[in-house]
Design a protein around this ligand. Structure first.
Ligand code: CO
Length: 497
């Protein structure tokens, strides 16, 4: 990676926030509500906004006094806030996975979590239990008339878009085999080659890894149907959480990481705790032609990637011979060791995520990288109409401080051309989640619209919904929700039809 990333040092424990304000968000969601009307504590809900914000994340973190080892092991709970004509209503429901129902009945953990949660009873009770618990907690999207709760290692759960009632596991009309992986990070192509589509992948990993790339219709009579697919096999173990698309390519970053399953098999660690970074090695870009694009049927391109670890990409686009990919790089893979309590984690000891740009020249095979911002960030997005195209602006969650790792407390709009930025902050007692940018309908001004975000309010031990103007992040409305939602993962916006 570039010098700036190499030289960023792990700082002392960050200040400006209280650990207990941050960790107070980790609690069980006790209530399920149906279409409860909400009213702003401050400001007004813009009349022009029409649609539903769907959010997913862990909602159950403790059973009979036993806590999950890592919040990513918490059962998925979906929140839906519907905004129409200046009004808002809230619905929230746990996803009725088979495992959630069994554990509710037993009132204890019956399954091991991928991130290290063990069943009661010590090593002997966990040894050789290699079942995966589908916790359906990572993302939630609308596809046709169904809402899908996603978890990357298995099939999605289909939900009713209004009541959030769980219909059950979905094979997407027979596309997915039982237990087949389906990423929680689909990308929505706004219609580069005519009709819009959802592009997603599943990865089957081992000494060799197979990526199944799939394209689904998102409009018209065949909405939800598979249009194209291909499978490609790559050398080595592949931990692929996210990817990026351009009109012609699907771009993956295969992190330099190894997997030793023995501690998982023997009952000492969760599967994800058996991953370790190979710090001296470079990752690889795996660039797969899209079957709807110009290079359909051609083999993938493989190039060395910079050192560092990536969960999430911002966006990618094509420019002449180059593919440009913006991603959030960490120096190392962050993990929580057995015996460590995630609520007392020391942010000052964690590497920060830095938004960085790679220019991949597909003729010369040269890869050039640079850091776009030195401020720790996560959950970055562009205007969805710019997905796969060169975008000028990005919205993201950032730390309050300018350098080093710290909890996400602010929303930033960054001009990717000149670095100019605007910030809205919830500090010192508020903590932000992933911001969702809603473009203003029928506007072709890239930064016209709104940014909507759930904020953990440590002062009142509750969750606020904040609506900001996308162009300058000025506050339009703040709504205090009647439920307390732990720090969450991903979500999406479904525009009124
Ligand atoms: Co993610």
């Amino acid at each position: 990676m570039s010098r700036s990333l190499e030289s960023s040092t792990i700082s002392k424990r960050p200040d400006g926030f209280e650990q207990k304000d941050w960790s107070s968000a980790y609690r069980n969601v006790e209530k399920e509500l149906s279409q409860i009307p909400l009213s702003p504590k401050r400001g007004q809900i813009p009349q022009e906004i029409c649609g539903t914000l769907f959010r997913n994340g862990p909602g159950r973190l403790e059973r009979s006094g036993q806590w999950v080892h890592h919040p990513f092991d918490g059962d998925g709970m979906v929140t839906a806030v519907r905004l129409i004509n200046g009004t808002a209503t809230l619905t929230n429901r746990f996803i009725r996975t088979k495992e959630w129902k069994e554990e509710e009945k037993a009132d204890r953990f019956l399954y091991r979590g991928v991130f290290g949660t063990q069943k009661p009873g010590g090593q002997l009770a966990n040894m050789f239990d290699l079942r995966l618990k589908n916790i359906a907690n990572t993302n939630v999207i609308q596809l046709g008339d169904q809402v899908l709760a996603l978890w990357e290692a298995a099939s999605p759960h289909a939900l009713n878009p209004v009541t959030l009632e769980t219909y059950g596991l979905s094979s997407l009309e027979g596309v997915l085999k039982p237990q087949e992986a389906f990423s929680a990070h689909p990308r929505f192509d706004p219609g580069h080659k005519g009709s819009p589509m959802m592009v997603n992948f599943g990865v089957k990993t081992g000494p060799k890894s197979t990526i199944r790339l799939m394209e689904f219709a998102t409009t018209g009579p065949s909405v939800g149907r598979l249009i194209n697919e291909r499978k490609d096999v790559f050398d080595g173990f592949a931990f692929l959480h996210d990817f990026a698309i351009t009109p012609n390519w699907a771009i993956f970053l295969q992190n330099a990481i190894s997997f030793n399953p023995l501690p998982f098999v023997l009952g000492n660690k969760g599967a994800a705790q058996c991953l370790s970074s190979e710090l001296n090695k470079n990752g690889k870009f795996l660039i797969i032609p899209r079957e709807s694009g110009t290079f359909a049927g051609q083999p993938p391109l493989i190039y060395d990637a910079p050192k560092g670890f990536v969960f999430h990409h911002l966006n990618a686009w094509e420019k002449g011979e180059e593919i440009v990919l913006d991603s959030i790089y960490y120096k190392d893979f962050p993990s929580i060791d057995p015996g460590q309590d995630f609520r007392s984690i020391d942010f000052g000891l964690l590497p920060e995520g830095l938004l960085s740009r790679c220019r991949i020249n597909i003729s010369t095979k040269e890869v050039a990288s640079s850091v776009l911002s030195n401020q720790c960030c996560e959950f970055a997005m562009v205007n969805p109409t710019k997905q796969g195209l060169e975008a000028r602006f990005s919205w993201m969650a950032t730390a309050q401080q300018k350098t080093g790792n710290a909890p996400l407390q602010a929303i930033k709009k960054l001009d990717l051309l000149n670095g100019e930025n605007y910030t809205w902050s919830a500090a010192p007692r508020g903590f932000v989640s992933e911001p969702v940018m809603i473009p203003k309908p029928d506007s072709d001004v890239e930064d016209e619209g709104w940014v909507i975000v759930l904020v953990w309010n440590g002062a009142r031990i509750g969750t606020d919904l904040v609506i900001l103007k996308a162009n300058d992040l000025s506050e339009e409305a703040l709504i205090e929700l009647p439920i307390s939602i732990p720090h969450g993962l991903h979500g999406s916006w479904a525009q009124c039809k």
